[in-house]
Ligand binder design. Structure first.
Ligand code: ZN
Ligand code: ZN
Length: 179
């Protein structure tokens, strides 16, 4: 049984942004598997207001004491998570790939992430694509733009990771400016 590294009471399984995590019902800290953090950050089902409330009510400031991993009991590593508007000190266990967020920190991390341009772009892209899918004329136009970019060999010149940003940024941008 995993216990809260702060309160030493059993953690309870729960969901956060549709992902399975464990929570301490006393200090409201969360234990999150590393691989689920990306999914949590991509989802924004929890309304911003609720996140703000959670952060305000539960955040007691960073705890500087060393804490032990609820799974393997080894001292967790201090890590700084830098997001657009905030940086957070979180604890992680590399052996178990677990991250501990003190009360309110997960909400803050989520708010910070949703503030970053990366999230905004993804969000715009998703919205843009959803709109396009419902409008065959726009979709055709979008695909034309994609083809033009490919003809210009722009795609060949950039590394794969940048391709998406460029293609969607440029193609969707030019489409958006004509609306
Ligand atoms: Zn606790
Ligand atoms: Zn561990």
């Amino acid at each position: 049984m995993k216990k809260c590294p702060i309160c030493e009471i059993p953690l309870v399984p729960c969901e956060y942004e549709n992902q399975r995590v464990m929570k301490c019902e006393k200090c409201h800290g969360y234990l999150v598997p590393q691989f689920q953090l990306n999914s949590i950050q991509r989802i924004d089902d929890i309304p911003k207001e609720e996140l703000l409330n959670e952060a305000k009510e539960d955040f007691k400031g960073s705890i500087e004491d060393d804490i032990r991993c609820p799974k393997c009991r080894i001292t967790m590593d201090k890590m700084t998570m830098n997001l657009a508007s905030i940086s957070l000190d979180i604890d992680s266990c590399h052996t178990c790939s677990l991250i501990w967020f003190d009360g309110g920190e997960l909400a803050l991390a989520q708010l910070g992430y949703e503030d970053t341009g990366k999230f905004q772009n993804e969000e715009n892209m998703r919205k843009g694509m959803a709109e396009l899918e419902n409008d065959s004329e726009r979709l055709a136009e979008f695909e034309d733009n994609l083809d033009k970019l490919k003809e210009d060999k722009i795609i060949d010149r950039v590394v794969e990771g940048l391709v998406e940003d460029m293609v969607y940024g440029t193609a969707y941008g030019s489409y958006a400016s004509r609306m």
